[in-house]
Design a protein around this ligand. Structure first.
Ligand code: SAM
Length: 291
């Protein structure tokens, strides 16, 4: 019978070339546009709540965003132990910013996002992700290309968090060696950079490429893992580059104390999960060791 509402499905395009895709039913499209930088759609899905996709690639969902945002922030910040200044590259939805600002030791966060539309419409349609973080006086929000920012900035940061899209479109420059080298120049001594490095079971070359470059730039080049249901294909890798070997060997007792002293309630991160995240399965070790 006519009149049946046509279902709209948003298809994950990241692995289409490899013959794999998955799709999320869009029960309600809240916003959709070509922003000039990328295609942006925010929609409601029965299982994952409100979701954002950029250029057809799932970025953030209401239901599982806490995993990625907690692990991309509390791992470097608590491993370091004395973070005052943080640089976020990308992160337009505000989830990384929200988690960073929960650390009272953090005095300043610079966030460099290339596409103002992502931030504007994430704030409007997915406000629970940033949860007011954009109003925090510690934030310096810059709309610019992160690669240019790190080249031109003279500021220093204890942690650099690259919460980028995948290496297509505007995100491609954030996987180049010159970006990593310039980002390293922004780190204080003993600082650490963490990077969104995809799902190694599905896109191992992306992780391998980053670690190869990190190995030429930092004394420590590795990754850690967390499993985010909507980043399909198994655990996701977060690239880790630093000159301070001690940051990946913080004792459980010290991590536990730092986590307790931070007075942060989490839904994924614990100090045990923190340490376990660096225990890499053989297929990931094969990607990051034999370089
Ligand atoms: N958590 C997501 C993931 O793991 O794929 C990433 C989320 S966040 C929405 C990615 C952000 O990176 C987007 O807001 C995008 O506009 C931004 N971005 C892409 N390329 C950029 C660049 N060259 N400089 C700054 N931001 C960039």
């Amino acid at each position: 019978m006519s009149g049946r509402k046509e279902e709209r499905w948003v298809t994950e395009t990241l692995y289409e070339g490899d013959g794999f895709t998955c799709a999320f039913r869009a029960d309600r499209v809240l916003y959709e546009e070509n922003t000039g930088e990328q295609h942006l759609v925010i929609f409601e899905n029965a299982l994952f709540g409100r979701m954002m996709a950029l250029d057809g690639i799932t970025q953030v969902t209401e239901r599982d965003e806490f995993i990625y945002h907690e692990m991309m922030t509390h791992v470097p910040i608590l491993a370091h132990g004395a973070v005052r200044r943080v640089l976020i590259i990308g992160g337009g939805d505000g989830g990384i910013l929200r988690e960073v600002l929960r650390h009272k030791t953090v005095e300043k966060v610079t966030m460099v996002e290339i596409d103002p539309a992502v931030t504007e419409f994430a704030k409007k349609h997915m406000p629970q992700v940033s949860a007011g973080a954009f109003d925090d006086p510690r934030l310096d929000l810059v709309f610019a290309d992160g690669a240019k920012f790190v080249e031109e900035s003279t500021e220093s940061y204890d942690v650099v968090i690259v919460d980028s899209t995948d290496p297509i479109g505007p995100g491609e420059v954030l996987f180049r060696e010159e970006f990593y080298r310039a980002a390293r120049e922004r780190l204080t001594p003993g600082g650490v950079i963490v990077t969104q490095n995809g799902v190694p079971f599905m896109q191992g070359a992306e992780l391998k490429g980053t670690i190869e470059k990190f190995r030429r730039i930092f004394r420590v080049a590795t990754c850690y893992l967390a499993t985010i249901p909507t980043y399909v294909g198994g655990p996701m890798a977060m690239g880790w580059g630093t000159d301070d070997e001690s940051l990946t060997a913080v004792s459980p007792e010290i991590l536990a104390k730092r986590f307790a002293d931070a007075h942060i309630s989490t839904r994924y991160y614990t100090h045990e999960v923190h340490n376990a995240a660096f225990a890499l399965p053989r297929y990931v070790l094969d990607l990051v060791e034999n370089i």
